[in-house]
Design a protein around this ligand. Structure first.
Ligand SMILES: Nc1ncnc2c1ncn2[C@@H]1O[C@H](COP(=O)(O)OP(=O)(O)O)[C@@H](O)[C@H]1O
Ligand SMILES: [Mg+2]
Length: 303
């Protein structure tokens, strides 16, 4: 590729995109759509922390891409500061911190307490945490199902017995609670919220909200957003897939030097995404089957 060709592509990029950062998965919208009730529940349950009072432990479930992480970050980073309130919290992504030690260290570092990567024990970490936390704090364990599958539920048990720690656990796996020990379950008083998957219309609205900020006017053909939404419906209403597909379609249009993003670009992007996520789909189907089985067992026990 020579420099002239790259300059052409750069011009196409400027024609298509206004602000690509809006298409990043970690982008938090000004006003999240369709999650008012979930946000209200989170607010109601966690607002005692504004006054330094320990709150209810909260467990948020829902399939991938139902907006769990986004809403939690929206609450912590937008709602609380806009109300002039602050919560002392530590947010841990358990996909990155898969062991008890790593989670504890990450929390300590969030609270500005140095702790070595290796060399000490988890009991040292608990000890240090106990000495550090003087006021009620919130610990958000995102993708907590991964931690429990990998390292068991000791951390949840120990935190549930610490009267300064409020836990919010977020899980992509709806059967997560069945992984917990009876002892943890009984000690962990909690409220649960389920994020339902989006339908095709809701996905279109979410995409439109992003597209207005991300793309220049007239850069998207009319059928692009409905097609992206329809594709994400194959992934059980996963908004992340929808946004990813829209972004990739835009990039393909840029590379082809096109003035607009067309359904052809979307179809090419779909093929690319499908290739990389066949494994995800297999995993997702396993989760759904397990969930259906658990529900069947529960309803037969209820009879
Ligand atoms: N209700 C919504 N309004 C706007 N954007 C949303 C909404 N729900 C999800 N998204 C977007 O979809 C993507 C996936 O959401 P995320 O919170 O990461 O899902 P989860 O944590 O449930 O897997 C993010 O880019 C997020 O901003
Ligand atoms: Mg998430």
């Amino acid at each position: 590729m020579d420099i002239e060709e790259l300059m052409k592509i750069e011009k196409a990029r400027k024609r298509i995109f206004k602000d690509e950062s809006v298409l990043d998965v970690s982008y938090i919208p000004e006003k999240p759509l369709f999650r008012e009730n979930e946000l209200k529940t989170i607010y109601l349950e966690l607002s005692p922390l504004f006054d330094g009072i320990r709150a209810t432990n909260l467990f948020i479930y829902g399939m991938t891409g139902t907006g769990k992480t986004m809403i939690m970050k929206y609450f912590l980073e937008r709602v609380a500061p806009n109300l002039g309130k602050s919560i002392i919290y530590s947010y841990v992504n358990c996909r990155e911190m898969k062991t008890e030690y790593k989670v504890l260290r990450s929390i300590l570092l969030d609270f500005n307490v140095p702790f070595p990567k290796t060399g000490l024990s988890t009991s040292d970490a608990y000890e240090k945490l106990k000495r550090t936390i003087k006021k009620p704090v919130l610990v958000v364990l995102d993708e907590v199902d991964i931690l429990v599958k990998n390292a068991g539920d000791d951390l949840l048990y120990n935190f549930s017995r610490n009267d300064k720690i409020t836990i919010t656990g977020i899980s992509n796996d709806p059967t997560f609670i069945d992984l917990l020990d009876a002892r943890t379950l009984s000690s962990l008083k909690r409220k649960e919220i389920v994020f339902k998957p989006y339908n095709a219309i809701q996905l279109q609205e979410i995409l439109k909200q992003r597209a207005v900020l991300a793309f220049n006017e007239g850069a998207l053909e009319d059928e692009v957003i409905p097609l992206c939404a329809a594709f994400a419906m194959n992934y059980y209403g996963d908004a992340r897939k929808a946004v990813e597909l829209l972004h990739l379609s835009g990039k393909i249009a840029v590379i082809e030097g096109s003035d607009t993003v067309t359904t052809d670009h979307v179809k090419k992007a779909m093929k690319e995404l499908e290739r990389s996520s066949i494994l995800d789909l297999i995993r997702l189907n396993q989760i759904l089957t397990q969930h259906a089985e658990v529900c069947a067992v529960r309803s037969s026990q209820a009879l």
